[in-house]
Write a protein that binds this ligand. Structure first.
Ligand code: B12
Length: 214
């Protein structure tokens, strides 16, 4: 089954095979959102589990992550097509998104970012390892509605709080909705730091944006 093949190919980190499979997703007109959520993400999660248990090593994870990036290069534009996700395109707003300082994980952020674009938002993706001031400056520059922060490490989660505090300090807190996400984050954490929302999944992130910009 194609979804299982996608998952296994991420675990094996096979850069050639993943391109072949992603092109098959497109040629055979499979749902790209399903391919990402039930194939690719399952693969990287399993790889993470194997790494944690000592059955795989960091280079294996890096190869899997690279394969996942190649896959998203191919499937990303398809995620932009609203029909694929069944997402309505009539909701609009501007979102500044990025991974916080000290953190270079961007796979989940890239998926969320692609889905936001798919849902009809204008997305400004700052990339990885970004200072809170950079998020704030970009939001001011483009007149953003939402600032979205991804953090994958327990040690970088405090950057999410730092942004909320920074906005308060600058008198900008009421101008933006702040949403957060990433592996170790929780709804409780979002409440604790005074963020406006949290989601565990990319789909949930879109629902959150729609709710906050309604
Ligand atoms: C791939 C990976 C890497 C790759 C990253 C490649 C890349 N370009 O991103 C590499 C190999 C480089 C890497 C490096 C490291 N990693 Co790493 N990594 C992972 C791994 C296996 C998968 C992460 C991932 O991509 N998951 C899949 C995506 C889709 O999930 P996600 O990011 O959570 O995103 C989803 C949601 O959270 C949500 N979401 C994400 N962002 C946002 C934002 C908003 C606003 C919203 C609403 C939602 C949302 O939607 C996404 C889609 O569903 C995890 C293990 C795991 N199971 O998570 C470890 C993990 C995150 N890494 C870990 C560690 C420790 C490291 C290193 C410190 C290792 C080291 N000793 O060097 C370095 C960190 C370097 C740094 N400064 O950042 C730990 C973190 C432990 C902790 N709790 O702090 C983990 C949990 C592994 C482990 N069990 O130990 N890593």
């Amino acid at each position: 089954m194609l979804l299982d093949e996608l998952k296994e190919t991420i675990i094996n980190g096979d850069q050639d095979e993943i391109k072949v499979l992603c092109n098959r997703v497109l040629e055979e007109k499979h749902n790209p959102v399903e391919a990402v959520e039930n194939g690719l993400i399952k693969g990287i999660e399993e790889l993470g589990r194997l790494w944690t248990e000592g059955e795989m090593f960091l280079p294996d994870v890096m190869m899997g992550a690279d394969a996942l990036k190649l896959a998203l290069d191919i499937l990303g534009p398809e995620l932009d097509k609203a029909e694929a996700a069944g997402i309505k395109r009539d909701v609009k707003g501007k979102i500044v998104i990025g991974t916080v300082k000290g953190d270079i994980h961007d796979i989940g952020k890239n998926i969320v970012s692609a889905m936001m674009t798919a849902a009809g938002y204008e997305v400004y993706d700052l990339g990885i390892n970004q200072e809170v001031a950079t998020f704030s400056e970009k939001a001011e520059e483009v007149g953003a509605d939402i600032i979205a922060l991804s953090a994958l490490l327990t040690t970088t989660m405090p950057e999410q709080k730092k942004l909320v505090d920074y906005l308060k300090e600058k008198g900008l807190r009421d101008k933006y909705k702040v949403i957060i996400g990433g592996g170790p984050t929780t709804n409780d954490w979002a409440n604790e730091i005074g963020a406006d929302g949290w989601s565990e999944t990319a789909g949930g992130a879109i629902a959150l944006c729609e709710q906050l910009t309604a």
